[in-house]
Design a binder for this molecule. Structure first.
Ligand code: DC
Length: 222
């Protein structure tokens, strides 16, 4: 019997545990992991590299017309190349994070990425994390999950992650950054962050992320 491989959509705000959970689910099912936030971050990196102000919409659109993004899923990680250069390790800086949220409100930026994201999931067998996977990119998938958690828990998770990378940023600062990003991501006019009506809501505030992953794989198996 051939088991049909689906797209599993995992959406939610930053710090809700999407990345760790998505990687665990992909590992358990032998699926490929695709991080769509990294694609917005790569566009932010390119605009910064070119010295373009994120509010200069015309220049951003011109930049999109001449750049090439290549996404390569590899061993539970995803590499992103811009114009042949691997930028994967340059995408987590604070200025890139804020800029990616600003740029994600530009319709042309989203349009540029829709094709790349749909192509990445076209053959199925993919766990895709983002903000609009269940609502816009793969609205027809039967497997949609929306992860959320309290603002304090989300800030704490991000704090520990950044601390591990050697960052000295304060917890209060991270909390303010996340609040600002939540506001922007959920109030933008194009494809705002919102839960698909048929997505399973998981509040991960008091859960270990491995339990969240189990909860998702059990729901899929049922
Ligand atoms: O998931 P992340 O923190 O890497 O995402 C960075 C930004 O990209 C986020 O603030 C909003 C945007 N984004 C989006 O608008 N749609 C997606 N599917 C993924 C990310």
């Amino acid at each position: 019997m051939v088991v049909k491989k689906h797209v599993i959509a995992i959406d939610g705000p930053s710090g809700a545990g999407k990345t760790s959970t998505s990687k665990l689910v992909a590992g358990k099912l032998g699926y490929t992991y695709v991080d769509t936030g990294a694609m917005y971050r790569a566009i932010a990196w390119k605009s910064l590299d070119e010295g373009i102000d994120p509010s200069d919409r015309k220049s951003i659109i011109r930049m999109l017309g001449s750049m090439r993004m290549k996404v390569e899923p590899r061993n539970n990680k995803m590499r992103i190349c811009i114009d042949g250069k691997d930028v994967t390790n340059k995408l987590r800086a604070r200025n890139i994070t804020q800029r990616s949220s600003v740029l994600s409100a530009i319709g042309e930026v989203r349009k540029y990425l829709v094709g790349i994201q749909r192509k990445a999931g076209a053959k199925g067998g993919v766990v895709m994390e983002g903000r609009d996977i269940g609502t816009v990119i793969f609205p027809g998938t039967p497997y949609k999950f929306f992860l959320d958690a309290s603002i304090d828990k989300r800030a704490k998770r991000r704090f520990l992650e950044l601390k591990e990378q050697g960052s000295g940023i304060k917890l209060a600062r991270i909390k303010e950054d996340i609040k600002a990003r939540d506001r922007r991501d959920s109030t933008r006019k194009v494809c705002p962050l919102t839960r698909a009506g048929d997505a399973v809501l998981i509040d991960s505030t008091n859960m270990k992320l491995k339990d969240v992953a189990n909860c998702i794989t059990n729901a899929i198996k049922q």
